[in-house]
Design a protein around this ligand. Structure first.
Ligand SMILES: [Zn+2]
Length: 410
């Protein structure tokens, strides 16, 4: 193995170690209750929440160590040149050979993940009383996911491989443009075409709640045509609300588990928070950032595709576009971890802003706080995650911090 191979290996080991350290620091905080949330959990719930965190952390480590071990074996036993040899014997065009190889490797990863996902759903989530997924739903979810992945992923992957095949490294500009256009269209169509395959979306029944939501949306000039109630209870007892899509494809979605468990004031406050993300331009900012991020990735990727030493690190004798994609993503692992820090920090800042927007425009700051408490309680959340763990993993600030901010807004 050459020096680039060692750099990549060191990067992967570093990234894994940093994540494990963050997890262990976080585990030490299990059971600590910040003063804003005193009394939220009973003694028994507090112990159960600590046990839940422990179980999920341990399970996450087992899953990732197993995968890392298998991946290293695949790498050092020259798995990449073996797969490449197999696909080059097919009579397919090089672009389709690449698509075929990437799907084969993706399918192998999917098969590896399957028992872990089963265990997580039917042993861990079930054990703590969250799971509502039947075995039937679990299996059909996987099959639908696979079909959609192939249907949506194939043209995208083939497009990227084709542009690099046709234009060499300068194909990155065409890739960038096409991927941005494709994902923007997909974002608009997914709520209408794909999500209904997984859940039932019924219009929110006429009544006080719907009237209040529509009145509020009108008052803050957030045009809404459709509010849907989703059968989130089909898979889990955890509750949520979101809105999705843009322009006339926009939909507000409430989980049935949210409407069942929370008061109308609380549901209103949660929705106002969600609309706040749009009104504070978070959606646009995130969209622009993701466009820049995608462009930067394709630009950097273009330097790696024809760089032979990178391929030698994985025992390949010549460069291939599809393996270049994989090797670049591995080289990128530690950089991705570093980039996560500002991305997650920005996301947490947006959450505070959306909370403030909701409190200001509805006057329901206290309901938002009680709703957040209720959501934490019903999902047995870790009430005081370690700051390092938060910096690395949390797109939302810890609930105690959000409540503290809401209290200062009064
Ligand atoms: Zn939010």
């Amino acid at each position: 193995m050459n020096w680039i191979g060692w750099v990549i290996l060191a990067g992967i080991v570093c990234e894994t170690s940093i994540r494990v350290v963050a997890d262990l620091l976080n585990l030490q905080r299990a059971g600590t209750v910040p003063k804003e949330l005193q009394g939220l959990y009973s003694q028994e719930e507090s112990q159960k929440a600590a046990a839940y965190l422990k179980a999920r952390t341990a399970f996450g480590h087992i899953h990732s160590f197993f995968f890392l071990g298998l991946f290293l074996l695949f790498w050092f036993f020259k798995g990449f040149p073996i797969v490449d040899k197999l696909v080059t014997t097919t009579p397919l065009h090089p672009v389709w050979q690449g698509v075929f190889a990437l799907f084969t490797l993706g399918a192998a990863k999917g098969l590896f993940d399957l028992p872990f996902s089963w265990y997580s759903t039917f042993v861990i989530e079930e054990g703590f009383g969250f799971n509502r997924t039947t075995k039937n739903t679990f299996i059909t979810d996987r099959l639908k996911g696979l079909a959609i992945g192939i249907l949506l992923g194939t043209p995208l992957l083939a497009g990227v491989l084709y542009f690099f095949h046709r234009f060499g490294p300068s194909g990155w500009i065409a890739c960038w443009a096409v991927v941005v256009a494709y994902t923007t269209c997909a974002n608009m169509l997914v709520p209408i075409l794909i999500l209904p395959l997984f859940n039932r979306y019924a219009p929110l029944p006429e009544g006080e709640l719907k009237d209040r939501i529509l009145d509020y949306a009108k008052r803050i000039q957030f045009p809404v045509k459709n509010i849907f109630l989703m059968d989130g209870s089909k898979r889990s007892s955890k509750a949520n609300a979101f809105f999705i899509g843009t322009g006339r494809f926009r939909r507000i979605v409430l989980f049935d588990t949210l409407v069942d468990k929370q008061s109308h004031d609380e549901v209103m406050a949660v929705l106002a928070h969600e609309m706040g993300h749009a009104k504070c331009h978070h959606i646009k900012v995130n969209w622009l950032l993701s466009i820049l991020h995608t462009g930067a990735l394709f630009y950097l990727l273009s330097f790696c595709l024809e760089y032979l030493p990178l391929h030698h690190a994985f025992f390949m004798e010549e460069t291939k576009i599809y393996t270049g994609l994989i090797f670049f993503s591995l080289l990128w692992t530690p950089v991705g971890l570093l980039l996560d820090l500002p991305i997650q920090a920005l996301s947490r800042k947006h959450e505070f802003q959306a909370d403030a927007f909701a409190a200001k425009t509805t006057g329901l700051g206290e309901s938002l706080a009680s709703s957040l408490k209720g959501l934490s309680k019903s999902s047995l959340a870790n009430l005081s995650p370690h700051p390092f763990f938060v910096a690395l993993n949390h797109s939302h600030p810890p609930v105690a911090q959000r409540i503290r901010r809401l209290q200062t807004l009064k």
